[in-house]
Design a protein around this ligand. Sequence first.
Ligand SMILES: Nc1ncnc2c1ncn2[C@@H]1O[C@H](COP(=O)(O)OP(=O)(O)OP(=O)(O)O)[C@@H](O)[C@H]1O
Ligand SMILES: [Mg+2]
Length: 253
Amino acid sequence: MPNNYNKLLNNLEYLNLTQFKANIDSYLNLIAKDDKDVVDSLYELTELEMNLKRERAITACVKVANFPFIKTLEDFDFSFQPSISKDQITNFKYLTFIENKENILFVGSPGVGKTHLATSVGIETAKSRYLTYFISCNDLILQLKRAQLENRLETRLKFFAKYKVLIIDEVGYLPLDIESSNLFFQLIAKRYEKNSTILTTNKPLSRWGEIFGDSVLANAILDRLLHHSHIINIVGRSYRTKDKIENIEPNKK
Ligand SMILES: Nc1ncnc2c1ncn2[C@@H]1O[C@H](COP(=O)(O)OP(=O)(O)OP(=O)(O)O)[C@@H](O)[C@H]1O
Ligand SMILES: [Mg+2]
């Protein structure tokens, strides 16, 4: 081995170039046998290192996005939910909706896969290093209300407005008081035509007045959300109860 071999290993260790260090011996052997060019070897070693760093960055982006679970578009059984177009949903992974600042609204009854799909699209955006965050509508409102009480509402609104993709889950399960509805409106207004919002709701959009307790406010929110948007209406059975229903049906016959 060359004189400086051990020193090189120490430097690689110090610089935290783990892939470089782990693979250098095999490359030195290939170079010694004239099976590999020195420049190609150095290039490939740096590529190995960069791949690891890229993977780590992706893992970190997915982690900070606060997803409730890690489920991808590949995990979604589209044959179970024929009311939606697989092509339309899988096209979201090309992320043009982010460039166009479009919103995506998943509408449907419990268990039809709204959170799953919103999460899978969010995983694609996070993997592409777009700043992504998942939050339930309830938690979002609690955070905004607390910020308002503590006189830092503007900062908190800016915080949520800055995400390239904000996923707001479960809009409509709990009705909002007028103060909460106002806070929700302010956030949507701040994000309008700037960043994409993905939203899931169990309530048909025509009944959003019931969520916000005020049809004028509900219309103002919907107007901004829908201007540039994809609405995915999921009409079908709950995936959560599918096995129970299948088990019950044969006994019925
Ligand atoms: N078509 C599907 N293929 C595979 N898994 C599915 C499908 N639909 C739903 N699931 C799974 O079923 C569970 C419930 O789905 P999800 O949480 O997305 O429902 P939801 O529409 O958000 O319901 P809720 O309105 O009650 O929150 C999840 O574990 C999800 O991964
Ligand atoms: Mg859900």
